[in-house]
Ligand binder design. Structure first.
Ligand code: V47
Ligand code: SF4
Length: 391
């Protein structure tokens, strides 16, 4: 059966050919298979398999959404070595802290613009507690009820709930009642303690991250998952991380999207570590698409990866390139991403997707289709859409 994907005229290692057969037959691959792909799979081999899976699941559909970010603070109690963004609490005068009013003003600055999601994520500031965020969520919802609120990494939630002396479920229920609808995927990094203890020892551990997402799924909320790759981890740690996510997803079906995050090395304690090559980035996307058979979507976060590389990833398993966002997100430009001012308007995103010969679909947070842009021409986009978004 593998012949259809990988012609038998090519001389491929028998074990790799067996993995190709599984993918062709829609059988789940094992951890050993994933290790084999990481160790021996060429970019063209894993790319062919991943693209097959991507097209079987989504055809050419490629999703984006119109969102904006609020980063309440970059002051953080924790000291993750890869982080270029946070200012430790002791140096909090060098960081920023937004008041409720300042955050509401950001929301209001999008009044009349066709955004569907706000993504709230930041450092862990001891003064920004559960009550503070409950009030923020209620005020955002009162002002703009239709805006989907995706907010708070498991790291922020773990701290908030412990400080409020609430269980995970009690804390999540309070936030949900106030308007929180889904969780972003941040804070996952690498679950395996061998690595986690070296790169982010003081924040919630892998089991704690998974427990928060499990509880959210049980309350009917959806979430995303990330993996920070390309630093000190080995392939086996990436596979271990993805296995834990796949196992949880088998139970809850609450994850929407997996987002591999490439480690960027500017201005952090791990700056001595060279960044991964583009080939390794594409192999990571492809292997995650093949391994995570129960995750509906794989996302390339273009502000981090760069827009041309994100465009390329659409041929290596990726079917989502996040949103049209503005420069309120600082975490990536501060970590050395080539995207120093990460904003792309709808016309640019649609063009980027069309250049890769895919179909651009604007989605809501939960992948409800808002608009199919396949047949909208660029001139029409320039004239209509962006006038509304960019004014
Ligand atoms: O958890 C921090 C990462 C994450 C660096 O769910 C770094 O839709 C690379 O998870 N190099 C937070 N990465 C952001 C995040 C996210 C982003 C976009 C969309 C979604 C979503 C989630 O940023 C952190 C950490 O893994 N990060 N520093 C760095 N130097
Ligand atoms: Fe704080 Fe998040 Fe940076 Fe870690 S990655 S130091 S938790 S802001």
């Amino acid at each position: 059966m593998a012949d259809v994907l990988i012609p038998s005229s090519l001389s491929i290692d028998a074990d790799l050919a067996a993995v190709a057969s599984k993918v062709q037959n829609q059988e789940r691959i094992t951890d050993e298979d994933a290790m084999l792909l990481f160790e021996k799979g060429s970019l063209s081999f894993v790319g062919t398999l991943a693209n097959h899976v991507r097209e079987r699941m989504h055809g050419d559909h490629t999703y984006f959404n119109r969102n904006f970010h609020i980063e309440p603070t970059n002051v953080c109690l924790y000291s993750c070595h890869f982080c270029s963004y946070s200012r430790v609490y002791a140096h909090r005068d060098e960081g920023w802290e937004l008041s409720l009013q300042q955050m509401l003003d950001i929301v209001k600055s999008y009044d009349g613009k066709p955004v569907t999601e706000v993504h709230i994520v930041g450092g862990v500031h001891p003064k920004m507690n559960l009550e503070f965020f409950v009030e923020l969520l209620e005020k955002i919802k009162a002002h703009r009820p239709d805006l989907h609120i995706k907010g708070f990494t498991a790291v922020e939630l773990d701290y908030m709930f412990r400080k409020a002396k609430l269980s995970i479920t009690e804390g999540l229920q309070k936030l949900k009642d106030a308007g929180l609808q889904s969780l972003p995927g941040g804070g996952a990094e690498i679950f395996h303690p061998e690595v986690r203890e070296q790169i982010c020892a003081d924040k919630v551990d892998g089991a704690g991250w998974l427990a928060i997402h499990e509880a959210a799924h049980k309350l009917g909320m959806h979430s995303n998952a990330t993996l920070l790759y390309g630093h000190i981890e080995k392939f086996e740690h990436r596979v271990d991380h993805m296995r834990k996510l796949r196992d949880l997803q088998d139970q809850t079906k609450g994850f929407n999207t997996f987002i591999p995050l490439k480690f960027r090395n500017k201005d952090n304690d791990m700056s001595h570590i060279a960044e991964t090559s583009l080939v390794e980035d594409m192999r990571m996307y492809a292997i995650s698409r093949i391994y995570l058979d129960n995750f509906p979507h794989i996302k390339a976060y273009w502000p981090m990866l760069g827009r041309q590389n994100a465009q390329l990833s659409l041929s290596f398993g990726v079917n989502d390139i996040d949103g049209t966002i503005d420069d309120t997100t600082k975490i990536y430009s501060m970590a050395g991403s080539e995207e120093q001012s990460p904003s792309m308007n709808t016309a640019q995103l649609v063009t980027l997707i069309k250049q890769a010969r895919r179909k651009p679909i604007e989605r809501g947070t939960l992948y409800n289709v808002i608009r199919d842009y396949s047949d909208v021409n660029e001139q029409e986009l320039d004239e209509n859409q962006d006038a509304a978004l960019l004014n």
